[in-house]
Design a protein around this ligand. Structure first.
Ligand SMILES: Cc1cc2nc3c(=O)[nH]c(=O)nc-3n(C[C@H](O)[C@H](O)[C@H](O)COP(=O)(O)O)c2cc1C
Length: 322
């Protein structure tokens, strides 16, 4: 804000400061600000999209920095969209001609705005060549696509297949809690997990626990899991309930909050398996998709809420460093 203000004219400075307060909802709260003064609020919001502003301000982080209120009264950390102001082709109408910056990439800004704000990874927890877990995970992706938050584009649900990462048995010299990764495979895995807000672990049960490769992949990282949420889709003779219980304990150690709703697919009733060495087809019982959606209801809510927790921690860490 101050760096931007240094480039603004004298009349602009108090206006930008006022806009910042207004956008943050200091007086009214953002939801009420949108309802009460929609154009002033939208003006403040659009200031944050100017290229010079975006160089110094993390717009998305700012959007999430204060709780807003949804129409249903549930408090969450998503800034209301507010009205859309027109952008003229021959200049910047965002700032009513006050700024000296051109809006070069309105399209990409708008695409970003339209894009999903919460990313959920569906993690394929088995790496065997003929794994049934891949079939179960594909069903999760399809059934999740029918969840309202995913359908509306607010939430993205993406497949993360452990087999694609080819992680060896943990081979980093330092424990992941130190955050010092030396191998490319660790950095790739860390980069992938860091980008998600929540996880659905799709896991089989191996000898009354989770598969070794999944535990290994979890052990590889630390901060990338922390202060996020997770849910489970298990499959096995008893729906992999024992594997999931073990995973809950492991993830608690990594500060991952696990939702209680859980999908337990039974290999005899939720799959059609002719050859037990092959994955077969998934034939989920009618109750399974509603159960998955219940899981997602909590997972999405918690994943969004934890964004605020991570921001608070980041601010505290920055303040300690300063
Ligand atoms: C090493 C091993 C141990 C297993 N142990 C159990 C078990 O304890 N409980 C269970 O319900 N199923 C058990 N199963 C059956 C698996 O859950 C089932 O084969 C599942 O489809 C394996 O998932 P995948 O095909 O994705 O690897 C075991 C399978 C393997 C390969």
């Amino acid at each position: 804000m101050l760096r931007y203000a240094a480039q603004a004219d004298r009349a602009g400075l108090p206006l930008f400061t006022l806009a910042d307060h207004f956008y943050a909802g200091d007086r009214l709260g953002p939801a009420r600000a949108v309802r009460t003064f929609p154009h002033l609020w939208a003006y403040a919001r659009d200031l944050y999209r100017l290229p010079a502003f975006r160089e110094t301000t993390d717009f998305d982080a700012h959007c999430m920095s204060l709780p807003a209120e949804r129409a249903d009264g549930v408090r969450h950390r998503r800034r209301p969209g507010g009205p859309r102001l027109e952008v003229s082709n021959d200049g910047c109408s965002h700032c009513h001609e006050r700024c000296t910056f051109e809006v070069h990439d309105v399209a990409s800004v708008e695409a970003k705005e339209a894009g999903p704000m919460t990313r959920i990874a569906v993690i394929v927890g088995s790496t065997r060549p003929t794994r049934r877990t891949a079939v179960a995970a594909q069903w999760v992706i399809e059934a999740a696509g029918r969840h309202p938050a995913v359908k509306s584009g607010e939430v993205a649900v993406e497949l993360v297949d452990l087999a694609d990462f080819d992680l060896p048995h943990l081979d980093e010299p330092a424990p992941a809690a130190f955050g010092v990764y030396t191998h490319e495979h660790t950095k790739t895995w860390a980069g992938t997990i860091a980008g998600f807000d929540g996880f659905v672990f799709v896991t089989p049960e191996y000898n009354a626990s989770a598969p070794g490769p999944l535990k290994n992949a979890i052990d590889y990282l630390h901060a990338e899991w922390a202060h996020k949420a997770a849910g489970f889709v298990g499959h096995g003779v008893h729906g992999a309930t024992r594997a999931v219980e073990h995973l809950r304990g492991v993830l608690a150690e990594l500060k991952v909050a696990t939702v209680s709703s859980q999908v337990a697919l039974n290999v005899f009733t939720d799959f059609a398996v002719v050859d037990p060495t092959q994955p077969g087809e998934i034939t989920p019982g009618e109750h399974q998709e509603p159960t998955l959606h219940e899981l997602l209801d909590d997972l999405v809510l918690w994943s969004e809420s934890f964004k605020g927790v991570r921001e608070t921690l980041a601010r505290q860490a920055a303040a300690t460093e300063a």
